[in-house]
Ligand binder design. Structure first.
Ligand code: SF4
Length: 192
């Protein structure tokens, strides 16, 4: 069968409509709506803002028995009208995620094993290594090609890689810390 471009578009539209109506010809939209309303029935709802980026999409957070059971876009948010991007739509996993590590894990240099360590020990190690690396490798002045000495205040011995799971405030604090130390290798995972 040969299809013209126009036939192809008509065929595509008909197929999409068929999928929306359902394989057996039934419109499933009301059923889905009832299923959703049953799930959140009697849940307490609070308004929130997605923590991930500066778009600041409004969210409705549903909780039951001290547990978050659903997070969806808030239709009253004027700039998003209830929409969330895939990352924002998955924010419930910040709270409910059996795969999320809850203990600090450390792998010593040269080791092939992870060990559980107390969080306080981890904080101390990170602070100590940041401090030691800065003391040892900080570059205060540098010579230009012309031999002129200029102030650079730069640290090249530490690279900082942000995470897509860091929220706005965490990113802000990490940037401030890195700039204070003179770190120039300051990257974000989404750009790598
Ligand atoms: S839902 Fe997506 S676009 Fe909106 S604030 Fe969250 S991360 Fe940003």
């Amino acid at each position: 069968m040969s299809l013209s471009r126009r036939d192809f578009l008509k065929f595509g539209t008909a197929t999409t409509t068929g999928v929306a109506v359902g394989a057996n010809g039934l419109d499933l939209t009301p059923v889905e709506a009832v299923a959703t309303s049953l799930r959140i029935k009697e849940a307490k709802v609070v308004r929130g803002v997605c923590p991930y980026c500066a778009v600041g999409c409004g969210q409705l957070i549903y909780a039951k028995d001290d547990k978050i059971i659903d997070i969806e876009g808030d239709p009253d948010t004027p700039h998003t009208l209830g929409r969330l991007c895939p990352k924002g739509a998955a924010t419930i996993q910040l709270s409910n995620n059996p795969l999320r590590p809850t203990k600090a894990l450390y792998r010593a240099p040269g080791s092939d094993k992870w060990e559980e360590k107390p969080l306080e020990w981890m904080y101390e190690q990170v602070a100590k290594r940041y401090y030691d690396a800065r003391e040892k490798y900080f570059i205060e002045k540098e010579k230009t090609k012309e031999g002129q000495e200029v102030l650079v205040n730069r640290l090249e011995a530490i690279a900082s890689l942000g995470s897509a799971c860091s929220d706005n405030e965490e990113c802000y604090l990490l940037s401030k810390l890195n700039r204070t130390f003179g770190i120039v290798y300051h990257e974000h995972q989404a750009r790598v």
